[in-house]
Design a protein around this ligand. Structure first.
Ligand code: PAP
Length: 324
């Protein structure tokens, strides 16, 4: 089926799941029994090793039970603030490069999060049918840890691309997002966020376990999971574009290479371009929510060397040979 731009529609940001009322008594009972983190201003509970917005847990559970990908879907996964928006834009553009030119592209009118919807968001909104309206091949997104994906997702042949990022820069981006969005956590200082983050007590935390699950699985099944690092992508975006295309089974032809399509896609999805397209769509706080600085090392403006060392030590201890 041809991809129709009209099938795509603006989606609310994933953070709205923190405000969805839990109506199902089955979920209510379970959630009430889970460990709770009181210091994080948005209700967090720990479910099977990961802290999450308690109001988002029903969506994650429903997705785990029910979601059945199509064999030609591609799933992009990430810990929040690790490069999700960028990876969504790149994968969507690479996959649909025969369907859209750069001048009639959906990303000129829609956010990458509209073109590549979060699966758990639509389960949480009780709107999973929307995902079914999207024609194949679909690119879908998730922040859900590997262990909480549905069995159908794990056994299916659909590839998963996972992007990760130095946790020091993730914290900074995370803190900005939470303090900016609807003043959700205005009262939380950077130091408080840092403490919670180091303890893994943030939404989808601990970050190390999230990365480790996907990384370990990628070692066992390299055709199923591709790990990309934000820092490497930023250093060499064209290489990143080629790796994504090869992994999802749409390698660039010689002709495409000669016409510099790889470089053009990297440029089309660069920070300044995407930010500018998306600003037209999402005036106000959503633009600073998805696009802030887009650089490596901004943590130096927020952390003392001691704070950075402590975090690096935890990362080293938890991730062993895996480095950012
Ligand atoms: P999400 O979890 O809310 O979807 P996500 O897209 O994973 O957020 O991460 C946002 C970060 O990616 C921001 O980082 P910063 O706060 O350190 O600046 C954002 O600026 C950055 N980002 C977004 N688009 C791009 C891009 N095209 N290139 C590089 N970085 C980008």
């Amino acid at each position: 089926m041809e991809v129709q731009e009209s099938n795509l529609r603006p989606c609310p940001p994933l953070i709205v799941v923190s405000k969805i009322e839990i109506t199902d008594s089955k979920y209510k009972k379970l959630i009430d029994s889970l460990p709770k983190e009181e210091r994080f201003p948005v209700g967090l509970r720990k479910y099977q090793g990961f802290w999450q917005f308690q109001n988002g847990i029903p969506g994650v559970l429903a997705m785990k039970e029910d979601f059945n990908p199509r064999p030609n879907d591609v799933i992009v996964s990430s810990f929040p603030k690790s490069g999700t928006t960028w990876l969504k834009a790149l994968t969507f553009t690479i996959m649909h490069r025969d369907k859209y030119t750069f001048s009639n592209h959906p990303l000129l009118k829609l956010s990458p999060h509209d073109c590549v919807p979060f699966i758990e968001l639509h389960y949480a909104l009780r709107d999973k049918q929307y995902l079914e309206t999207l024609p194949s091949p679909r690119v879908l997104g998730t922040h859900v840890p590997y262990s909480l994906l549905s069995d159908n997702t794990k056994i299916s042949t659909c590839p998963i691309i996972h992007i990760c990022r130095d946790p020091k820069d993730v914290i900074v981006s995370f803190w900005h997002m939470f303090t900016k969005f609807d003043g959700l956590m205005e009262s939380l200082s950077f130091e408080q966020m840092y403490e919670l983050f180091c303890e893994g007590r943030v939404h989808i935390g601990p970050v190390w376990d999230h990365v480790l699950e996907y990384y370990t699985k990628s070692l066992i099944s390299p055709k199923k999971i591709l790990i990309l690092k934000y820092e490497e992508m930023l250093k060499d975006p064209t290489n990143g574009v080629m790796r994504i295309a090869n992994f999802i089974g749409c390698p660039f032809s010689e002709e495409e290479m000669k016409s510099c399509l790889v470089e053009k896609i990297a440029e089309f999805c660069s920070f300044n371009k995407l930010r500018n397209f998306d600003i037209k769509q999402n005036e106000g706080n959503l633009k600073s929510y998805y696009y802030r600085k887009g650089i490596v090392g901004d943590w130096q403006n927020y952390m003392t060397p001691e704070m950075a060392n402590k975090l690096d030590e935890v990362t080293k201890e938890k991730l062993c040979d895996f480095t950012f």
